[in-house]
Design a protein. Structure first.
Length: 87
């Protein structure tokens, strides 16, 4: 297990690691650290899970009926603000 300082450095890099934004040397260093540091590996797994859930959620479209209701609500609020700026 690494020291707290080295873990802090690796935890910052995990986001870049997940996004494939590290060079080969950094990827190797992160992988080696994750192999020996269970707390960092657990945080990596959590980040990866959250990223996958967000990606899946963002690819889904809202039903047309819901979109229409939301747009109507936004327009109503905009009208109220225009008619009465103190509202």
């Amino acid at each position: 297990m690494g020291s707290d300082d080295s873990c802090a450095d690796f935890l910052e890099q995990i986001v870049y690691f997940l996004d494939n934004e590290l060079d080969a040397a950094d990827v190797t260093a992160v992988r080696l650290h994750l192999d020996v540091c269970s707390p960092c590996l657990a945080k990596y797994d959590l980040q990866r899970t959250v990223k996958a859930l967000v990606a899946r959620s963002c690819s889904e479209s809202a039903p047309d009926e819901l979109r229409e209701r939301v747009l109507l609500s936004i327009r109503q609020v905009q009208l109220r603000i225009t008619e009465d700026p103190t509202a």
